[in-house]
Design a protein around this ligand. Structure first.
Ligand SMILES: [Zn+2]
Length: 494
């Protein structure tokens, strides 16, 4: 996917003194009355700026040059940028995009550069004010056109794009949780926002879309269409909608064939899509949104669509390491276990690896215990570390909210755990007893080590309580069964 990411800066608060405003003019040398034109533009900007009580006049910069001169060949433009860098200017007034820059790509480059310095631009005839999110979006859409911009974009073209863009933006489709205020901005509807938050919360705590629908029905919460029952697809769409995290993905609109003017659907291969962060007030945190997206992806791959609910068996996948060869363990149902329970085993190594199958339920118990034992004070101790600081902050945040976890869920496993190692569970209970009777060292490593992302390691007993739960015992029975099956097959084919 060719998605360009834009992160909007928070708007500056008003009232901290006057804005220092300058004008930028470009006077065409083709014009006969260039002197008049120049004076007129200087007058225009000084009047406009002085007429505004919140503005302070910071001068007018003007270059002579024909249309299409790049910015580095315009000395006044460069002087203005330098003054911006030195903090002498907060806002630039200019007539249009085509006066300001050679093309939209150049325009965007400078808009971004200036935006980073906290300097904004008003393009008068284009009615674009880069202080608003809307204009940033418009400029970004223009960038899509800039890619193939061999011809210069005429004012008319820009107007045309702007108009279509506005149509696209103002075509407000109802988004549950929000309404639009008179300025066309997203405004939260508190009662609906509470439902949205609840849905995300339930999903990240292991409920499926179907279960969430049932829950909402029980509570008598009407669907966005006002129906008594929510559909799973309504819940699914809601969970996948980045707008609840305050972002917007623009990709379907605005792409048009310049020659035929027929709309073209943007499949993100020809022109970039735009993901705009911090576009409006979020209802849920970005972390929650990401979490739910991850869970949804996982469920998709594990067949929730087919009505199965296998998600909670897999959160630790790819975190668990084989005690013998270090490979990632895989989960499979073990026929030798009651109810064909799930177990983790190694698919890479040889005989030693085969001597280890960890029951999923035991691993999960041990993992919950490890989380319980994770000491917030020790986590805090890692906060200053350049390598683990960020992970430690996240760990603390989660630990504060959930001192204990009720179940192993993908989101927290992924947020907190780097990987998990097992001790070499090489001996069965029987072997240990026999060795002990012979007076030999029967020590066996029956631990599980959780390597937290915050840099700490918690060692717990891996939950083996009886002989039949021992990884080696399970493995022994399992592989014996597999061998029997193989021999039977060979016998049949012979
Ligand atoms: Zn292995």
């Amino acid at each position: 996917m060719n998605v360009e990411k834009i992160i909007l800066k928070p708007k500056k608060t008003k009232g901290s003194g006057k804005l220092r405003v300058c004008g930028y003019a470009r006077v065409s040398t083709e014009a006969d009355e260039q002197k008049t034109s120049f004076d007129e533009q200087v007058m225009h900007y000084s009047r406009t700026i002085e007429a505004n009580p919140e503005w302070e006049y910071a001068g007018v910069y003007a270059d002579y040059g024909i249309t299409g001169t790049s910015a580095d060949k315009r000395p006044e433009f460069q002087r203005m940028i330098k003054d911006c860098e030195e903090g002498r200017i907060n806002l630039i007034l200019t007539k249009s995009i085509s006066r300001f820059a050679r093309n939209t790509l150049e325009c965007l480059t400078y808009v971004r550069k200036l935006n980073d310095m906290g300097v904004h631009i008003i393009f008068e005839s284009n009615h674009i004010d880069t202080r608003t999110a809307f204009s940033e979006m418009l400029l970004t859409v223009l960038a899509a056109f800039a890619q193939e911009e061999s011809r210069s974009i005429s004012e008319n073209t820009i107007w045309g794009i702007r108009k279509r863009f506005e149509e696209g933006v103002t075509r407000w489709c109802r988004l549950y949780g929000y309404e639009k205020n008179e300025n066309g901005e997203y405004q939260i509807v508190p009662e609906e926002a509470a439902v949205v938050q609840k849905i995300f919360w339930l999903y990240e705590h292991g409920l499926s879309a179907r279960e969430i629908c049932a829950y909402l029905g029980e509570k008598g919460i009407a669907s966005p269409q006002g129906k008594p029952k929510w559909s799973t697809s309504a819940v699914g769409h809601l969970l996948a909608n980045e707008r609840y995290a305050g972002d917007i993905l623009l990709q379907k609109t605005f792409v048009e064939n310049h020659i035929t003017h027929k709309p073209v659907r943007n499949d993100s291969t020809e022109v970039p899509s735009f993901y705009i962060e911090n576009h409006h007030t979020p209802i849920i945190t970005r972390r929650q949104f990401e979490r739910c997206r991850k869970i949804a992806e996982m469920r998709m791959s594990h067949g929730e669509k087919m009505g199965k609910r296998t998600c909670n068996q897999y959160p630790a996948a790819e975190k668990l390491r084989c005690p013998y060869c270090g490979s990632v363990l895989y989960q499979r149902s073990i026929p030798s276990l009651p109810h064909h329970a799930a177990g983790w085993c190694c698919e890479k190594g040889g005989d030693a690896c085969r001597g280890f199958i960890m029951r999923s339920a035991l691993m999960e118990e041990a993992l919950l215990e490890a989380y319980r034992r994770l000491d917030p004070e020790k986590v805090e101790g890692k906060a200053g570390s350049p390598r683990f600081g960020k992970a430690a902050a996240l760990t603390l945040e989660i630990k504060k909210e959930y001192p204990e976890m009720a179940s192993v869920e993908y989101w927290w496993v992924d947020d907190l755990i780097d990987h998990i190692e097992f001790g070499a569970h090489s001996r069965t209970e029987l072997e240990i007893r026999r060795l002990a009777a012979l007076g030999e060292d029967a020590a066996d490593d029956r631990t599980m080590k959780v390597f937290w992302k915050c840099g700490l390691i918690t060692t717990v007993h891996s939950g083996v309580v009886t002989g039949k739960d021992h990884p080696a015992s399970i493995a022994e029975v399992h592989w014996r069964g597999v061998e029997r099956e193989l021999m039977k097959q060979e016998g049949e084919t012979a």
